[in-house]
Design a binder for this molecule. Structure first.
Ligand code: CP
Ligand code: NVA
Length: 297
């Protein structure tokens, strides 16, 4: 049985297969195979979502499946029923699960106890569907990411950069992370990721000659209590015109969204790169269909 719980656990060959199939699903939208006919999948979300929720709901339907959205707070899980009990109940009824939550161990436990294919739709540790989509989006415009320089600027200790870290070694690109020391990834994460990853506090060092500039919110879901100190600590870590000038002339600027203008990116840079950023958002649909197909193959 296949799950997509993290990029750390996803083999390079599977990553490349999913990326190749994303191209086909995008090209053939409306007339591709429907491997989920007869299946019902549940989305179980403990955090807000626009893109992930809608792209999975539409994607599951377009693959022939039925979908049920469960706000984690509305089911007994929200009143303290154990993940492993919830998983064993749902596993007897549904054919797959897409889970957005806080702890990585919760999606892993759900996968273990439910006995149905399980997708990590964002945890505090990783956002694998997002980064597979981002790589697909980069490659759609610029060709293979191998050998390129990807620069992440902002909170480099959250889920999105962590998934970028695990992708870097597997797909042979350089990843530069620009963040204040306290928002840099742990030594343990760097060791587990391997590959060519450079951490710096200097935005200019990270951005110079980059092929892709990437950012994410400064205040991730669940970190709201730290908002004031994060905004203060991260204020020099914005993608703006000055930073873009340091990158390669054909560099792409991407953002996983939602975007907070004037914080991690300025309005002008965001709007100048909106065609790429909203392709990136659309591509969640195509890449996740490729993920779902791979899971049930
Ligand atoms: N990028 C992303 O995962 O967006 P949502 O939080 O809207 O799903
Ligand atoms: N790091 C962000 C990603 C949002 C898609 C968060 O966890 O809120």
């Amino acid at each position: 049985m296949r799950h997509l719980l993290s990029l750390e656990q996803l083999a390079r060959a599977d990553m490349e297969h999913i990326l190749a199939r994303s191209t086909v699903f995008k090209r053939d939208r409306g007339h591709h195979a429907q491997p989920l006919v007869g299946q019902t999948w549940a989305l179980i979300f403990s955090k807000s979502s626009t893109r992930t929720r809608v792209s999975f709901e539409v994607g599951l339907r377009e693959l022939g499946g039925r979908v049920m959205f469960l706000n984690a707070g509305d089911i007994q899980l929200g009143r303290g029923e154990l993940i492993k009990d919830t998983a064993r109940v749902l596993g007897r009824m549904i054919h797959g699960a897409v889970i957005r939550t806080f702890a990585q161990r919760d999606v892993e436990e759900f996968a273990q106890f439910s006995g149905v294919p399980t997708v990590n739709a964002l945890t505090d540790a990783e956002h694998p569907c997002q980064i597979l989509t981002d790589i697909f989006t980069y490659q759609e415009r610029r060709g293979p990411i191998q050998g390129k320089v990807v620069t992440f600027i902002g909170d480099a200790a959250c889920n999105v950069p962590a998934s970028w870290m695990f992708a870097a070694a597997k797909l042979d690109f350089t990843l530069r992370l620009a963040a204040p020391k306290v928002f840099q990834p742990s030594a343990d994460l760097l060791r587990r990721a391997g590959g060519n990853i450079i951490c710096t506090e200097d935005v200019a060092v990270a951005a110079t000659g980059a092929d892709l500039l990437y950012t994410d919110v400064w205040v991730s879901m669940g970190k709201e209590a730290e908002a004031a100190e994060r905004l203060q600590a991260l204020k020099g870590y914005q993608i703006n015109g000055r930073v873009v000038k340091l990158a390669r002339p054909d560099a792409l600027v991407m953002h996983c969204l939602p975007a907070y203008r004037g914080k991690e990116i300025d309005e002008e840079t965001f709007e100048a790169n909106a065609p790429t950023i909203f392709d990136q958002a659309e591509n969640r649909l195509h890449t996740q269909k490729a993920i779902l197909e791979w899971m049930v193959a």
